[in-house]
Design a protein around this ligand. Structure first.
Ligand SMILES: Cc1cc2nc3c(=O)[nH]c(=O)nc-3n(C[C@H](O)[C@H](O)[C@H](O)COP(=O)(O)O)c2cc1C
Length: 191
């Protein structure tokens, strides 16, 4: 009888360890609670949106694109770079559409941005300047062509009332492990 009981307890412990161990190892989505992804994307490749979708797959997040209230002029990349530079020089931050959610009501927030002039894209700049993140943990993912510059520091300097977690920046022209690195980064986050 005593032996059977001992065997039973051992079996339960082994099962519990197997279940707990596997969750701990993969660092799954439910660790982060209710997750929100706010992102902007502009180029035809939609790299930032692709990254957002991967994060959504890992975290089951609510995903919202941050949009300028008045659409940007339709320009080719070269002219867009010049136009955005002009906007920046004049500190003309575009109004953005209502998000439709309160970011502070989420447990964890990812914010994705293309790198523009070595900092965040204009709509994300407005978002960071105008939003109160209610002290929530926030992490930035940024997609550059070949030089991300100070984007993650700028992000940290602009955001209001948030716990800034270590961000990640990719150089799309040379990156070879995009999905693996992004997944590892997300799985390394905790509330
Ligand atoms: C206005 C503008 C400024 C940019 N500035 C930079 C830059 O400073 N460094 C860089 O590596 N790429 C720069 N790029 C390229 C984008 O960061 C890159 O194409 C990005 O991956 C696009 O993300 P998306 O596909 O989500 O729009 C710039 C692009 C635009 C349109």
């Amino acid at each position: 009888m005593g032996k059977k009981l001992l065997l039973g307890i051992t079996l339960i412990c082994v099962l519990a360890l197997a279940v707990y161990g596997s969750t701990g190892q993969t660092g799954q989505q439910h660790n982060l609670g209710r997750v929100l992804i706010l992102y902007y994307t502009w180029s035809e490749h939609a790299y930032t949106e692709r990254a957002a979708r991967i994060i959504q797959g890992l975290t089951n997040a609510t995903m919202i694109k941050v949009e300028p209230l008045i659409p940007f002029p339709e320009l080719n990349t070269r002219d867009m770079i010049a136009w955005v530079g002009e906007q920046r020089r004049n500190q003309l931050w575009p109004e953005i559409r209502e998000l439709g959610v309160d970011p502070a009501s989420f447990d964890f927030i990812f914010i994705g941005t293309p790198v523009w002039h070595q900092t965040v894209a204009l709509p994300i700049e407005t978002l960071l300047r105008e939003t109160d993140f209610g002290g929530r943990p926030v992490a930035c993912f940024a997609l550059a062509n070949n030089f991300e510059g100070q984007v993650l520091n700028r992000f940290a300097g602009l955001i209001r009332n948030a716990q800034v977690r270590e961000g990640i920046a990719f150089r799309t022209t040379t990156e070879t492990r995009f999905e693996a690195r992004l997944t590892q980064w997300v799985n390394g986050m905790s509330r």
